[in-house]
Each structure stands twice: as structure tokens, then as C-alpha cells.
Design a protein around this ligand. Structure first.
Ligand code: GDP
Length: 257
């Protein structure tokens, strides 16, 4: 009887950590709230409020790979064919990012991270976007490293969702990728120099530096493929929430949950 009670208790009190979870992260203004609204309400109404608190939304993915709200799922004949999962929004504002980083570090049911960015404003937002992405990837890399000794996730996939492809100023995916890789490489270099100059004893530098080095240690250039060393798969896919062009993102989600 006791184990059953314990199980019941856990399920009842932590509903948001038991379903497979996709975390939505990214800088403010990228389109995260709009994306949630699109899938939750099935419309293209774009909200103007800024998300201050995380808003987990329970959704389903059908056998065909479509992501739907429960309302739409209920209209169909075979609801048993649907997989439930959570899409969890996080505040993009710098001061509120701790919430997202806590989830990245510890959420047990984490299956994937969608990093949403504004592909039409990447030029001016590159430093801010790059440093947020750098923090997320480095945290994941450390988490995966820790998972080799304790119980950790086997692999986590990251989708960089290059939103706003409807705008003519939007960069093509290939340029989003190369710009981000260059920026992450630049950040990596400057952080490693900072460590060396920080007065840390010479013996400590080796370990600390390799632990805090994103991707292949010592590599001259950064590329997303280096994250595979840590069982992290990074994909970049364009789309537009405004035009409802999000099918490829849903496909990515349905393969994760
Ligand atoms: P969040 O801060 O990441 O939650 O971003 P929001 O969802 O609040 O969106 C920020 C702004 O971008 C809003 O004015 C949206 O109307 C706009 N937006 C979101 N998605 C798109 C898109 O695909 N195309 C265009 N042109 N604008 C978008």
C-alpha cells in the first residue's frame, strides 16, 4: 500500500515534472508567447504582453505529427493516438532568466529545448542572443557530463527556431547558423582568456578551463556539431509564427516527446 500512496502523492503534487517537457527559451521579442498562443488557441492572434511568469501548456502530438491543444484533440475520434507533453515558456528578459536556467539544469522530464530567436533582428541582437545561447548550451554540456556518473538524461536535443521568416530582413537559416557559430566562438575565446588572466593558479586553469569550454576543447572555431561530443544535437530551422509556418518545429517536437 505504501508505494502506491507515494506514487499517487508524487503524481498529484508534481504534474508539471512528470510529462515530457519541451522548454521554450530565447530573448524577449523572439516570438515565444506568440507561438504558445498559436498552438493553444489554434489562432494567429499575437499577444502584446511580456511573459513574466512561466506558463506551462499541456499539448498533444498526434500520430501524424501535428501539435494540438486538448480542445482540438477532443474533437477527433481516437484521442488515444495522441502523446501528451508540456510546452513550457520562460521569461526572456535578462533579469528573469534564472527560471529558464534552473529548468535547463535540473528538470527531469526535459526532452528538448526550443531556442526561439528573431531572424530579422539577429544583426543587432547578436551579442545578447549569442550570450544567452552560450549559457544554455554550456549548462546542458555540464549537465550531460554530470549524467555520465549519476542519473542524467541520455541525450537532449536543441532546436534553434529562427522565427519571423515572413519579414524580408530575415536572415536565411545558413546565415543564422554561421553568425551564431562565429559569435559563440568569440564568446568562448574571451571567456577562456578571462580565466587565464583571473589569477587562478596555473594548476587549476587546466581543469576549470576545459570544464567551462563550450564544445571541442581547444578547437580554434566553434561549430554546433561539436556539441555531439556531449550527446547534444543542435538543429536550426526557420519558420514564421505569424504565417503559421511552424510545421517543421512541430515535427521536431513530435520526435522528442
Ligand atoms: P516573446 O517575448 O519571445 O514572447 O515574443 P512575443 O511572442 O511577445 O513576440 C514579440 C513580437 O514579435 C510581437 O510584436 C509579435 O507580434 C511579433 N512576432 C512574433 N512572431 C512573429 C513572426 O513570425 N513574424 C513577425 N513578423 N512578427 C512576429
Amino acid at each position: 500500500l505504501v508505494p502506491i500512496l507515494v506514487h499517487f502523492f508524487v503524481v498529484r503534487t508534481t504534474p508539471y515534472t512528470t510529462l515530457p517537457t519541451i522548454l521554450l527559451v530565447g530573448p524577449s521579442g523572439a516570438g515565444k508567447t506568440s507561438l504558445l498562443t498559436l498552438v493553444e488557441r489554434g489562432d494567429k492572434t499575437v499577444p502584446t504582453h511580456t511573459s513574466q511568469t512561466p506558463q506551462p501548456v499541456e499539448l498533444t502530438v498526434s500520430a501524424g505529427g501535428a501539435v494540438q491543444s486538448f480542445r482540438e484533440t477532443a474533437k477527433e475520434d481516437a484521442p488515444g493516438m495522441h502523446k501528451k507533453f508540456l510546452l513550457m515558456d520562460t521569461p526572456g528578459h535578462g533579469k528573469l532568466r534564472k527560471f529558464a536556467m534552473d529548468r535547463v539544469n535540473t528538470q527531469d522530464s526535459l526532452k528538448g529545448i526550443m531556442f526561439v530567436l528573431d531572424a530579422a533582428a539577429l544583426d543587432e541582437n547578436l551579442p545578447a542572443t549569442g550570450s544567452y545561447l552560450y549559457d544554455v548550451l554550456l549548462a546542458l554540456q555540464k549537465r550531460m557530463g554530470a549524467g555520465k556518473t549519476s542519473r542524467g538524461p541520455s541525450s537532449i536535443h536543441v532546436l534553434i527556431a529562427a522565427n519571423k521568416s515572413d519579414l524580408f530582413t530575415a536572415l536565411p537559416v545558413s546565415l543564422v547558423k554561421s553568425n551564431l557559430e562565429a559569435e559563440l566562438g568569440r564568446i568562448r575565446k574571451s571567456k577562456s582568456k578571462g580565466l587565464l588572466d583571473s589569477g587562478v593558479g596555473a594548476d587549476d586553469v587546466g581543469n576549470e578551463e576545459s570544464d567551462n569550454w563550450l564544445g571541442t576543447y581547444g578547437a580554434e572555431k566553434f561549430s554546433f556539431s561539436q556539441m555531439r561530443e556531449f550527446d547534444l544535437e543542435v538543429d536550426i530551422v526557420g519558420g514564421s509564427v505569424l504565417e503559421g509556418k511552424v510545421d517543421k518545429w512541430w515535427k521536431w517536437i513530435s520526435a522528442r516527446v
